[in-house]
Ligand binder design. Structure first.
Ligand code: PLP
Length: 222
């Protein structure tokens, strides 16, 4: 079934990819479904979309086991801050984690991946704007975090960041791309509803889009 917002985003992805001389198929669209009900999510599944993102383990546990049973090829991304005591549930439910940002979480996730015999590729989240209220490791801690994650047996796919609000995100996207290059990482999780086209031009491989697909959220969600 056709879904106009989804088609609109897809065509914007294609356009941005064309300008950047990239393949649209190299850019994963993560539909960010935090705060959305199962009924709001279903139209996207019926339109054939399978890649989704959530920012809270508890909320995801209430929605996705049901939907994953119905659509086994769903790919679920954890994009929010993750507490170490939720590592077990996160490893069981999610297929990617974008918010690996500290050593205690490296240890908790590695332990659960071992225990559950389930390897979940992770992105290192970087506090790219050096904002005290945001998650993510320090820019200069990236090489050490990467080494520690690998030593613990975690596959690090790339880097993730959320630039500061209300400023031009382009320099932050460029900095994240450079950090990834300098550390030999291929994947870049960056770009949201308002700026994913710019992120694609700077190399995003995973864009995280909520409101542009689902409409405004009525409850604020970090
Ligand atoms: C909510 C959220 C998004 C999506 O934001 P929109 O502006 O609704 O597209 C992307 N990334 C993270 C980490 C989020 O928490």
């Amino acid at each position: 079934m056709a879904n106009p917002p989804l088609e609109d985003i897809r065509s914007k992805i294609e356009k941005a990819a064309r300008i950047a001389d990239r393949k649209p198929s190299d850019i994963a669209l993560i539909a960010v479904s935090k705060t959305r009900s199962i009924d709001e999510i279903r139209p996207l599944l019926e339109a054939g979309h399978r890649v989704f993102g959530e920012n809270r383990v508890q909320e995801a546990m209430e929605k996705w086991p049901v939907l994953k049973a119905e659509y086994p090829d769903i790919q679920l991304h954890m994009i929010g801050q993750l507490q170490s005591n939720k590592a077990g549930e996160a490893v069981a439910l999610f297929d990617y984690i974008h918010s690996l940002d500290r050593l205690s979480l490296v240890k908790a996730l590695a332990k659960e991946m071992g225990r559950q015999d389930r390897q979940i590729p992770c992105f290192l989240q970087v506090n790219i704007g050096e904002e005290s209220q945001k998650g993510g490791c320090d820019i200069k801690a990236v090489p050490e975090m990467l080494a520690q994650a690998r030593t613990a047996g975690i596959t690090v796919a790339g880097l993730m960041a959320v630039p500061p609000d209300n400023v031009n995100p382009v320099p932050y996207f460029a900095l994240l791309a450079k950090l990834a290059r300098d550390n030999g990482l291929d994947e870049l999780s960056m770009g949201m509803s308002g700026d994913f086209d710019k992120a694609i031009k700077l190399g995003a491989t995973h864009i995280r889009v909520g409101t542009a697909l689902f409409g405004p959220r009525d409850t604020p969600a970090a």
